[in-house]
Design a protein around this ligand. Structure first.
Ligand SMILES: Nc1ncnc2c1ncn2[C@@H]1O[C@H](COP(=O)(O)OP(=O)(O)OP(=O)(O)O)[C@@H](O)[C@H]1O
Length: 231
């Protein structure tokens, strides 16, 4: 079997004295789409931030395509192909849509033309300041900005949180095109179970910073969803 594309081994992480991730290990194969799930405060964002090297580990190791990235800083990890769509979007409000998109662009499949084809609303607003966009448009911009780096691993943290149903549908359709259509390795955090089931064949579930399920999405039964996700 080939080596995993992403590998987390025995990860522990803490905020000061408060430990939040405990002995977390999982692998992703190249091209795999996995959902990282769990109720509020279970450690999903901390896991994503750990992979992006925005969160120090107290123990453990992370490898990306054979490179040990455990001690890299976020910029170095990004250069190796990590594309993050962070919780809360974090667009550069004073910059225009186009400036947001090109600021971290790297050559590859995703360029301005392809992003505006994916999100026509962004194409219509290239000269508009990001801070004046709607929440849904800012979310599209955050996804577009991550794609413009032409990542090899895309990490999506709550990409549809707090958005109106129609915009959510638009964003899920785009994620489907990006992840499902292009074979981009993707780890997605979200609370929309139905959409996650449609997108990811694999589910990893955290409870209080520990992995409690790692397997086929189809094996995440109603009982398990009630127990671990409260749905
Ligand atoms: N900056 C911080 N300082 C202290 N504790 C934090 C900080 N960020 C998160 N925590 C705590 O760490 C734990 C894990 O948080 P994390 O954000 O990783 O969970 P999550 O599963 O992503 O939750 P949510 O679904 O609410 O975003 C929680 O108990 C949270 O209160």
């Amino acid at each position: 079997m080939s080596a995993p594309f992403l590998s987390l081994r025995d990860i522990f992480a803490a905020y000061g004295p408060a430990e939040v991730l405990f002995d977390l290990s999982f692998d992703l194969a190249e091209g795999e789409i996995a959902a990282l799930m769990g109720r509020n405060g279970m450690g999903k964002t901390t896991t994503i931030r750990s992979i992006c090297r925005l969160q120090q580990l107290t123990h453990g190791a992370i490898h990306l395509d054979g490179h040990d990235i455990t001690r890299l800083d976020a910029h170095e990890a990004a250069r190796l192909g990590l594309g993050l769509v962070p919780e809360g979007r974090r667009c550069f409000a004073p910059l225009t849509v186009e400036e947001n998109l090109v600021v971290a662009a790297r050559p590859g499949h995703w360029d301005l033309a392809r992003i505006t084809e994916l999100f026509p609303r962004l194409g219509e607003r290239l000269g508009q300041r990001a801070g004046s966009l709607s929440g849904g448009e800012q979310q599209m911009l955050a996804i577009g900005r991550a794609l413009m780096t032409n990542p090899r691993l895309l990490l999506l943290d709550e990409a549809t949180e707090g958005l109106a149903p129609l915009i959510r549908q638009e964003i899920w359709a785009a994620i489907e095109v990006v992840a499902g259509g292009s074979g981009l390795t993707t780890l997605v955090v979200d609370k929309s179970l139905a959409e996650l089931r449609g997108l990811a064949r694999r589910a990893i579930v955290l409870e209080k910073g520990r992995k409690v399920f790692d397997g086929a999405m189809a094996d995440l039964t109603t009982d398990l969803c009630e127990r671990y996700l409260g749905v």
